[in-house]
Design a protein around this ligand. Structure first.
Ligand code: PPE
Length: 311
């Protein structure tokens, strides 16, 4: 991870090395935190954060589900993010706001702990390797089941949930695959360890519906809208493992993963990235970099100095 200069922590910018917390923090012991992953891209009009407000609203919803009172409004976090991007001076970066129960009382109940809020930013290249966007990746259905709605609420992007994702992706990586796909308890396709899943079959695009233990992905929503704009019909429904095997195209979406094609699932060949995937990937990358008038309202411009090219 490339370190930048500043981190926004509980209302102020601190030096990267000074952004520390106590080892007795509740969030460290019990995974009691919520977070976001957001990207800022370099555009002809400067650094733009993609759908920043929606990400921060999701952070607030996640906190609400965990009964965590965020000490900052969405608007305050929005200006904090912009302040941080300006201070670090890197136009194209990944932004990670995180809120967690801090140091006060240990014990599973979170009462008596402050809520700490931190925003980091750093340059993060392609999520699944340089080749992934172009040639696609190999995924494996995980032996781990995705957390169910009555296990940990999947609408919340909660830190503790990511143990589930970590186990899945590490199992897949150890077996030689790039990514895991998790199923629900009933065997329906849910998410990748950090992405939503899409299938293209006979010209129609399918993706698991929101009740299938998926994170309500902002990239997912972006892709659905762009796809419909390009004339595709998108169906949100329960999907099963063999829908992947028999698909014409499969791809994953996420802020980090952007639009990543899958060329194999469980050693079943799907093929090289297909035309629908590639068209959506191109439209997505054009949109986030300011190339689309239609979706220009999704870009929130940071008032940075001209970005430092080396970072
Ligand atoms: N499902 C999961 C489980 C998930 O973690 C993400 C984001 C998504 C779907 C897609 O959501 P969205 O980014 O709003 O389109 N995963 C984030 C964290 C990745 C990480 O390794 O950390 C991300 O993409 O930023």
């Amino acid at each position: 991870m490339q370190e930048l200069e500043k981190i926004w922590m509980n209302g102020e910018l601190v030096d990267w090395a000074d952004a520390k917390i106590h080892v007795g923090s509740h969030g460290l012991h019990y995974g009691s935190g919520v977070f976001e992953g957001i990207r800022a891209y370099e555009t002809p009009k400067g650094s733009a954060v993609f759908r920043l407000t929606e990400h921060l609203q999701r952070l607030q919803n996640s906190a609400q589900v965990l009964n965590m009172a965020l000490p900052h409004t969405v608007e305050e976090l929005r200006s904090a993010t912009m302040q941080l991007i300006g201070a670090n001076g890197v136009a194209e970066c990944y932004i990670r706001p995180i809120a967690f129960f801090g140091f006060g009382e240990l014990g599973v109940a979170s009462a008596g702990n402050p809520v700490d809020v931190v925003i980091m930013s750093w340059p993060w290249g392609t999520y699944l390797g340089a080749d992934a966007l172009k040639n696609g990746i190999r995924a494996k259905i995980s032996s781990w089941t995705r957390v169910g709605p009555n296990v940990i609420p999947h609408v919340a992007k909660a830190t503790g949930i990511y143990l589930n994702s970590m186990l899945a992706v590490m199992e897949a990586n150890r077996a030689g695959y790039d990514e895991a796909i998790l199923l629900t308890d009933d065997g329906f396709i849910a998410d990748g360890s950090g992405e939503n899943v899409f299938i293209v079959k006979d010209g129609t695009i399918y993706t698991p519906d929101l009740s299938a233990s998926i994170l309500r992905g902002i990239t997912r929503d972006t892709i659905i809208q762009i796809a419909q704009d390009l004339g595709h019909s998108v169906v949100e429904k329960q999907l099963i493992r063999t829908d992947l095997y028999l698909a014409d195209e499969v791809f994953m979406t996420g802020t980090a993963a952007e639009v990543t094609p899958l060329r194999e699932v469980d050693d079943q060949l799907i093929g090289p990235p297909g035309p629908v995937t590639l068209a959506l990937q191109k439209a997505y990358l054009d949109t986030v970099r300011g190339g689309s008038e239609r979706w220009s309202h999704w870009l929130e411009y940071a008032s940075t100095e001209p970005a430092r090219a080396e970072a």
